[in-house]
Design a protein around this ligand. Sequence first.
Ligand SMILES: Nc1ncnc2c1ncn2[C@@H]1O[C@H](COP(=O)(O)OP(=O)(O)OP(=O)(O)O)[C@@H](O)[C@H]1O
Length: 334
Amino acid sequence: MNKEPIISAQNLSIGYPKSRNRNTSVLYEDMSFNLYAGELTCLLGSNGAGKSTLLRTLTGLQPSLRGEVNLREKNISKYSEQQLSTLLGLVLTDKTIVGGLTVSELVALGRYPYTGFFGRLTKEDHQIVEKAMNDVCILHKKDSYVAELSDGERQKVMIAKALAQECPIIILDEPTAFLDIVNRIEIMNLLHLIAIKQNKTILLSTHDIELALTLADRLWLLARDKGLKCGVTEDIVLSDAINDYIGNSTIVFDRQTGRFVSEHNITKEIYLEADGELFFWTKNFLSRKGYSLTDNATNELSLKLSSSTGMSVIRNNRTEILSSFEELDLWLKG
Ligand SMILES: Nc1ncnc2c1ncn2[C@@H]1O[C@H](COP(=O)(O)OP(=O)(O)OP(=O)(O)O)[C@@H](O)[C@H]1O
């Protein structure tokens, strides 16, 4: 089963060329990747890993040091700016230049590749702009000034502009930066739905690993000493690559919960039996208190929780019944 990539690269080197006060700075050599239609791909990596540099190179904003990026099998540098703007929409996180425009004026800029020299919008252009605002649920703000929007609303407007551009590929650099949890989930959900429903290729960089694990079809992991690793999200998670690329000696990725946990204070072991959400939250509580779970059932230190029978705790063969995590906390200290 072979899917045709819409964007691809083989043996690409990225970085910054020699300048007056710096030698050539090669960030990565021999990178290879593919991007596919109808998928949301999330690019993850620590601060300074080179995510923005990769996105800029991949979109033709910055030349590669070696190798080429192909868009529909043609070197991206061979496209004119006009051609590229009908294929690729870019959403960056800078807040400049757009404050004096209204929401609908800004979204209408997405029609620029199609409107000719005077930028006059046809009836159809207006409909596309309206639909784009509707798709991201920002239509009610269409006459507001962009400067008066919240960060989350402004981010939606930038996405609407990329939608109005009607291009098959949308690339976003940290679209959820500075947003609260509700807006982060909303924006990521929205991008996921756009990828599926409109068959678009969407690549975004993010530090929101847990959201990416839920919504991304593919992950790209980037680390300076390891390079780029690409794969379907679950293949990446189960291969333990997240730990290799993003964890460190004290923060480790827990594959069972899909979360990062701090390992530095884990000093004791306990046996735990519980179902469903009780297991998850008891493990959460115990690891915060410095316990890791052992698979060996023991009467020295063990916990059995069930929503019907409550919390039964055993220490040195003595069993007690507790009724809250508050009591468990005291019991563990006892
Ligand atoms: N114009 C530039 N000239 C030279 N080096 C640069 C330039 N821009 C960025 N770099 C360097 O490239 C490296 C990668 O930077 P980049 O901004 O791509 O990382 P990032 O993964 O996007 O980081 P963050 O998560 O902090 O946004 C950094 O070491 C940075 O200092």
